[in-house]
Design a protein around this ligand. Structure first.
Ligand code: PEP
Ligand code: MN
Length: 363
């Protein structure tokens, strides 16, 4: 199988290798801000694509809603002067037409748009027959089908060069990051679309600049194909997302601090040891499935017994007892409470479903 690490992305006819670095301000604010930022970003040679939001989807009205069409002229100037490819967010057909007029190379679909099939339909129609690179951010809600559906619409429009951007998911709870990464969702998208590059947007996951490095490292360790990071010449005075932006020099430092690991190895000894360890894991996984099967068979027996004696499926005390015992035991093996709760809840639901089927079976 082709390794994901080598998935290149074509932008404006040029094939760019992983990891692709996209950087630039959250929003284009002024000609000076856009140009200064772009000039500084070219110094390291690491950044290949310059991002800037022209139309900004804001949660509350009255926040900075973007400079609009005027900013597209600055992006064109960036391309002419620095040679960087340009990228902006499109949310309507009008945005697509305007961005095309100014030769924007990459259009990204924002998280609020991906989750809206009407908008996705409208954008896809506008993109028919257009040769541009489209990157699709995950929707704000943790729904892989919506993300996949957005991909299908862009693909059906005939777009050849498509990538995905993982920017995290909204959470009601206040957690470490502004948006929960839920890495397993992007891993599922990678599984479904292994030929597409997956780019991480640490800025919108983190919400504050202190976490950018750890998120970027995690993405590289998961074999992502690129990073999109918000950069501003004077981050604290940015008109949007000020807390999460860093200076071009800080970006350079961040990228230098990252560890770029190999996705695979041809070293025979390494492969030998890895295969032995993987065989052990496969053995344990087999045993886990066998044990789960045996456990469910007993649950079914209990279900029959409860039915015969006209007893409800759920006895709350018993369930709490199972969970407490499991958590206590798990901690001795260094397993977290969160992990064991997820596993045991899943087992419990399957067990209830099995007993439910027995209860509702007329025989
Ligand atoms: C952005 O990239 O500036 C942006 C608005 O992102 P998202 O759609 O991920 O919120
Ligand atoms: Mn932003």
């Amino acid at each position: 199988m082709k390794n994901q690490h080598t998935i290149p992305i074509t932008i404006a006819g040029e094939i760019l290798d992983s990891p692709l670095i996209i950087a630039g301000p959250c929003s284009a604010e002024s000609e000076e801000q856009v140009m200064t930022c772009a000039r500084e970003l070219t110094k390291s040679g690491k950044v290949k694509v310059y991002r800037a939001g022209i139309w900004k989807p804001r949660t509350r009205p009255g926040s900075y809603e973007g400079i609009g069409n005027e900013g597209l002229k600055w992006l064109k100037q960036v391309k002419q002067e620095t040679g960087l490819k340009t990228a902006t967010e499109v949310a309507t057909e009008k945005h697509v037409y305007e961005a095309l007029k100014y030769g924007v190379d990459v259009m990204w679909i924002g998280a609020r748009t991906t989750g809206n099939p009407f908008s996705m339909h409208e954008i896809s129609e506008a993109l028919k027959g257009v040769d541009v690179t489209v990157l699709i951010k995950n929707p704000v809600n943790p729904d892989v089908e919506l993300w996949y559906g957005a991909y299908e619409r862009i693909h059906k429009a005939g777009i050849q060069h498509i990538g995905l951007i993982h920017r995290g998911f909204t959470s009601y709870e206040k957690l470490r990051y502004k948006n929960q990464p839920l890495w397993q969702l992007s891993i599922e998208m990678k599984r479904r679309l292994p030929h597409l590059p997956m780019i991480c947007d640490p800025s919108h996951i983190a919400g504050t600049r202190e976490y950018l490095g750890e998120i970027a490292q995690k993405a590289l360790d998961l074999d992502y194909n690129g990073l999109m990071i918000e950069v501003h010449p004077t981050p604290d005075s940015a008109l949007s997302d000020a807390k999460q932006q860093i200076t071009p020099a800080q970006l350079d430092q961040l990228l230098s601090n990252l560890i770029y690991r190999n996705p695979d190895s041809t070293d025979v000894n390494f492969m030998h040891v890895l295969e032995e360890l993987r065989a052990k894991v496969d053995g344990f996984d087999d045993s886990l499935i066998e044990l789960l099967g045996q456990r469910m068979a007993i649950s079914q027996e209990i279900g029959k017994y409860k039915k015969k004696n006209n007893i409800t499926i759920l006895q709350q005390n018993r369930w709490e007892e199972i969970l407490t015992l499991a958590e206590q035991k798990a901690s001795k093996f260094g397993l977290s409470k969160e992990f064991i709760d997820i596993v045991f809840n899943a087992i419990h639901i399957e067990s209830i479903n099995k007993q439910n089927a027995i209860m509702n079976n007329p025989s």
